[in-house]
Write a protein that binds this ligand. Structure first.
Ligand SMILES: [Mn+2]
Length: 320
């Protein structure tokens, strides 16, 4: 059993690298920091290195810890933990190079499409968040949950379930959340930090995004777009657009919501998909080299905004 091998590896080794996927989301940051808390409790040495910057909304989870974007000089690590990534490409080229230097890779995730790329794999596709898997790892290690650990893992759960709303929200979601609250996670505090500290630039960006709303397939598809100039005109950045697709999902009759985003320094368009259960957007995104979950997925597709929209909408109309 890989799970037991992972527990024993942590008990027997002392130096670890922790990482996760590019374009960090809440579960990504929360799971990495939750695992770091576990290693601190066990007296292990661990460093988090992510390719991309940590979104402002999740920086409250850092406390006194640091997420690096380059390996600090003279850092020793013997094994790398890759969290919340369906495949190794998701961590980004600079981090893949780091991981290949260690003695092995531990893959901890909850994506259905996970490729089991690790030397050891703990993948639970029914778990609503990687934070749940990290919680189970803490239990398996016999680590007592600290308030810091509980707060971090709880943040991963609320973000990946859309605040306990998505179809991945299960009895286990609430049972683990209850235990995290029991050990010091404060639901109101976490929600306020993540959702009610928005910069006004984000609201200005939202105005532009909503005005781009269009529909296809008799209103079964609603889609939004963000061009590069939207960010300059509103003083916002790509991280502030993370959940704006949800406005398209919220419309009555929508089976599929799509957000098209031009990317800085890239000839690809970032396409996000959301479904309310009828369409498996993981499979739809795979048509374009992407992936994710049944209800939320994405892809980065080469071409201009107009070209990618035409290609994606033509395919999407077959799915609704
Ligand atoms: Mn996740």
């Amino acid at each position: 059993m890989d799970n037991q091998a992972i527990v024993e590896l942590i008990q027997n080794e002392d130096y670890f690298l922790i990482t996760s996927h590019v374009d960090p989301d809440g579960d990504n940051i929360a799971s990495q920091l939750g695992l770091l808390s576990i290693f601190k409790e066990l007296g292990k040495h661990a460093v988090i290195v992510d390719q991309d910057a940590t979104p402002v909304a999740y920086q409250f989870l850092l406390n006194d810890d640091v997420i690096y974007h380059q390996l600090p000089p003279d850092t020793r690590y013997d094994y790398s933990f890759v969290l919340d990534a369906a495949n190794l490409d998701r961590v980004g080229d600079s981090v893949v190079a780091l991981i290949q230097q260690g003695n092995g890779v531990i893959n901890i995730d909850h994506h259905t499409s996970n490729t089991r790329f690790g030397t050891y794999n703990w993948v639970e596709p029914e778990a609503c968040a990687t934070a749940i898997v990290v919680y189970k790892l803490a239990k398996a290690l016999g680590v007592t949950l600290t308030p810091e650990m509980a707060t971090r893992l709880y943040a991963g759960i609320i973000t990946d379930t859309g605040r306990f709303r998505y179809t991945n929200t299960t009895l286990e979601t609430f049972e683990v959340s209850a235990d995290l609250v029991r050990h010091g996670a404060n639901p109101s505090y976490v929600a306020t930090q993540i959702y009610d500290q928005e910069p006004i630039s984000k609201l200005r960006l939202l105005v532009k995004v909503l005005s781009s709303l269009q529909s296809a397939a008799d209103g079964k598809i609603h889609w939004l777009q963000i061009t590069k100039s939207c960010y300059d005109e509103t003083g916002s950045n790509v991280y502030e657009s993370e959940n704006m697709i949800n406005y398209a999902t919220s419309i009555k009759g929508t089976k599929l919501a799509i957000l098209f985003r031009e990317m800085e320094n890239s000839d690809r368009i970032r396409v996000s998909f959301r479904s309310k259960g009828f369409v498996n957007v993981d499979k739809l995104a795979q048509c374009f080299g992407g992936g994710g979950h049944a209800a939320a997925a994405g892809a980065r597709i080469p071409g201009t905004l107009a070209e990618v929209q035409q290609k994606v909408l033509t395919e999407a109309c077959k799915w609704v």
